[in-house]
Design a protein around this ligand. Structure first.
Ligand code: AP5
Length: 227
């Protein structure tokens, strides 16, 4: 059964690269009937379309660094002003710095902001990231060993070709994790202090459904009503 948000909410998926944010976000988006906004996907879309924003962002992404705050914030605030976000949205990969979090709070004053922290140790993330396959059209996510597509390198959902992200190498992931711990980890405390954080363990490799149920449970008390 799908659910709706009782009060408009911005639900932030917070967690290290490879934790499963992009895996669960589309299903959550469908379940709650609110859009899924992934800053990584937005940048990759701009890159595919060869926009100036895409070219600028790509320089940082390939090195495993964060795209400068002002660029990301403008892009997200623009997207949030679109009409499909009026009942809320799921933010995947934003905010990633305290400055981004403070900006979000100052711009979004008509919605509750809540963060779900996807907790996973660095060790398991290497295997997840280096085995990941992504769909270039619909952004669906697979894993060579854990969740392979039915047909090799073909998306089950839209039949497009799957690819490996250029930043999904061991070397770039090492940098991404370093940056994550330095710049994004502090947001756990930031949202916890505001009683706006729930934590879920996402290390279980066997069942995505169990993790999804944990996500729904973490939202249940304040957000869900049957529709
Ligand atoms: P982005 O695209 O957001 O990458 P990320 O945060 O590093 O997150 P990932 O997409 O790598 O991981 P995920 O948690 O979504 O994992 P997934 O579900 O795919 O950002 C890319 C870059 O853009 C950044 O490095 C930065 O440069 C820039 N950027 C983006 N946002 C920015 C911002 N706000 N500020 C500044 N710069 C920004 O899962 C990974 C793999 O594991 C998949 O293969 C999946 O099948 C598998 N998997 C998932 N769950 C499980 C499980 N339970 N068991 C086994 N396998 C699993």
């Amino acid at each position: 059964m799908n659910a709706s948000l009782e009060t408009p909410q911005v639900i932030i998926l917070l967690g290290p690269p490879g934790a499963g944010k992009g895996t669960h976000a589309p299903k959550l988006s469908q379940h709650l009937q609110v859009p899924h906004i992934s800053t990584g996907d937005l940048f990759r879309y701009h890159l595919k379309e060869k926009t100036t924003l895409g070219e600028i962002a790509d320089k940082y992404i390939q090195k495993g660094e964060l795209v400068p705050d002002d660029i990301v914030i403008d892009m997200v605030i623009d997207r949030l002003s679109e009409s499909d976000c009026k009942n809320g949205c799921i933010l995947d990969g934003f905010p990633r710095t305290t400055f981004q979090a403070v900006s979000l709070e100052s711009k979004v004053t008509d919605k509750i902001i809540k963060a779900i922290y996807f907790k996973a140790s660095d060790e398991i993330l290497f295997e997840r990231i280096t085995g990941r396959l992504c769909c270039k059209e619909c952004n669906a996510v697979y894993h060579k060993s854990f969740f392979p597509p039915k047909e090799q390198d073909i998306c089950d959902k839209c039949q497009s070709t799957l690819f490996q992200r250029k930043d999904d190498t061991k070397e770039v992931l090492k940098k991404r994790l370093e940056v994550y711990h330095l710049q994004t980890d502090p947001l756990i405390h930031f949202y916890d202090k505001k009683n706006a954080l729930t934590e879920i363990n996402v290390e279980n490799t066997n069942s995505l459904e169990d993790i999804f149920q944990d996500i729904l449970f973490s939202l249940k008390e304040t957000t869900l009503s049957p529709s």
